[in-house]
Write a protein that binds this ligand. Structure first.
Ligand SMILES: [Zn+2]
Ligand SMILES: [Zn+2]
Length: 179
């Protein structure tokens, strides 16, 4: 039977096959998972998700939030501090939270999962502190969606073999986050 004679069970119209959504590529797949995970984030400042992957398998995940058992960020305990990069740019972070990338590394350590030579998908490019940890656990490639002060990490990236690659995912359906 030729392709033209092959009928879609649901419609019976072969031309409707064209309307089916394209199958996700691996990069879109893992970045979409990272976006989904970011919806678990608890810091009001930013919702970030991270997925550590090797050989197309998810090894660990993380989102940003307060340490386990401690109160989530709210107006009182979202502890914003400001730091100045050597080039003079100002960065703000929340002292109450652990970043998504760090939580993914922590999850791997907690469960004894090796993440050497793995890749990470993060919904935003990492800060310099997370980059340092990612370098030392042996992450090879960092895939990010939204750029976050990449100029602050570009020098360190160039001095290591770690690659930073943008994967932008369109049409992520954000489910209303319940507070
Ligand atoms: Zn916070
Ligand atoms: Zn970070």
């Amino acid at each position: 039977m030729s392709e033209h004679e092959h009928h879609n069970c649901s419609s019976g119209h072969p031309e409707n096959l064209q309307l089916r959504p394209k199958r996700l590529g691996w990069d879109e797949y893992f970045m979409s998972v990272a976006h989904l995970i970011s919806q678990r984030a608890t810091c009001k400042r930013a919702h970030i998700g991270a997925v550590i992957v090797r050989d197309n398998n998810i090894l660990a995940t993380g989102y940003n939030g307060a340490p386990s058992g401690l109160p989530h960020c709210d107006d009182d305990n979202c502890l914003i501090y400001t730091s100045t990069h050597p080039d003079g740019t100002i960065e703000q972070n929340c002292m109450n939270t652990i970043h998504a990338e760090m939580n993914a590394i922590i999850q791997a350590a907690k469960h004894g999962v090796s993440i050497k030579d793995a890749d990470i998908y993060v919904t935003a490019s990492p800060c310099i502190n997370c980059l340092k940890a990612l370098i030392n656990v042996g992450i090879k490639q960092i895939y990010y969606d939204k750029p976050y002060k990449i100029e602050n990490i570009s020098d360190m990236l160039h001095k290591t073999g770690v690659k930073l690659i943008q994967v932008h995912v369109e049409n992520i359906r954000i489910i209303n986050d319940e507070k």
